[in-house]
Design a protein around this ligand. Structure first.
Ligand code: AHM
Ligand code: MG
Length: 323
């Protein structure tokens, strides 16, 4: 197992060495994501300031127009991921249609990402994040994005919180790296993350409870409360899932009468988080099937999400089956 303090680049190269036939493509792809998110992190740190400067004259100190942070994050991801040449196609929450970069025409992978999830939280200094999901290129067209989540080659997120962390899985467990801003490197701080089998926290937007479609969900939450669970809901999926991976419990965004398929997007929110959850020995379901088994039909489709520790998810299964 890698040592605490190992930097992400060395970790990625070390992982690559385990596969004698590896060509280095995935490593280069991951390093490109790493670089993009470091630049995004530095902009996130300046967000308040940029906002003040933006309001003052809509230009920053260099006289450039201040861009909205989510648009900027998207531009940076597109730039770095295109330039690395490893991605045949890119899909983003911020883009209606996928991009097929010229530099990536021989790329072996496709990537779907949410450049800045939870962006409604930026104004109030709450954690936000970047989520990504990588699949192999198979048919060399848009259908490459419509592969099930279990076929992901790698998935992860970066959380811009009280520190910046890169959480990654290439299918061999989950590891978390904290950005040391003094040296500009992500260093292994959370090796081999495993969700506790039973936690103490439930995380759901409970204000929607009258609209929830799943019968039994309300009773399920009530019974967690009776067992002594407490509530935490940030409203930033990356932050809510990050806490769930580390501390256990459950996170959900269920279907309701307003959002019939829930709110979260399958390709770049639900599937990568489900991959990480399962790699951390937890469970991720739509309530009807494993999220990783859902065959996408549309790049921006939504799915209900329930994820967490084995205890909470087993209990949920009983309720939804009997509900
Ligand atoms: P966004 O991609 O527009 O930021 O929306 C997704 C976010 C998630 O981070 C979070 O889990 C959810 O929306 C919160 O929604 P709500 O405010 O309805 O509880
Ligand atoms: Mg989002």
């Amino acid at each position: 197992m890698a040592k605490i303090g190992t930097d992400l680049n060395s970790f990625i190269l070390e992982e690559e060495r385990k596969y004698p036939n590896a060509t280095g493509s995935l490593s280069r792809a991951l390093v490109a994501i790493e670089s993009a998110t470091k630049v995004i992190a530095s902009h996130v740190r300046m967000a308040g300031l940029a906002d003040v400067l933006g309001k003052a004259g809509k230009t920053n100190v260099q006289g450039e127009e201040v861009q909205k942070l989510d648009e900027l994050a998207n531009r940076l991801m597109v730039e770095y991921l295109s330039q690395c040449g490893e991605f045949f196609a890119l899909a983003s929450e911020e883009l209606e249609e996928p991009i097929f970069p010229e530099e990536g025409k021989n790329g072996k992978y496709v990537i779907a990402f949410d450049p800045l999830d939870g962006s409604s939280n930026i104004d109030v200094n709450v954690s936000i994040g970047t989520i990504f999901s990588i699949h192999r290129r198979v048919n060399s067209d848009v259908s490459d994005f419509l592969q099930e989540g279990y076929k992901q080659v790698a998935a992860g997120y970066v959380i811009y919180g009280s520190s910046t962390m890169f959480v990654l899985s290439t299918g061999n467990g989950v590891n978390g790296f904290t950005l040391d801003p003094s040296v500009g490197m992500y260093l292994l701080s959370h090796p081999n993350i495993k969700i506790p089998e039973k936690g103490k926290i439930y995380s759901i937007n409970e204000s929607n409870d009258k609209k929830w479609i799943d019968k039994g969900l309300k009773d399920y939450i009530e019974s967690l409360k009776e067992e002594g669970y407490t509530s935490r809901y940030i409203g930033s999926m990356v932050a809510d899932v990050h806490r769930t991976l580390i501390k256990g419990g459950m996170f959900a965004y269920p279907a309701d009468s307003k959002s019939k398929n829930g709110k979260l997007r399958l390709l770049y929110e639900a599937a990568p988080m489900a991959f990480l959850t399962v790699q951390a020995q937890g469970v991720a379901t739509t309530g009807k099937e494993d999220i990783l088994n859902v065959k996408p039909t549309d790049i921006h489709q939504r799915v209900p999400v329930f994820l967490g520790g084995k205890y909470e998810m087993e209990k949920l299964k009983q309720v939804l089956i009997n509900g």
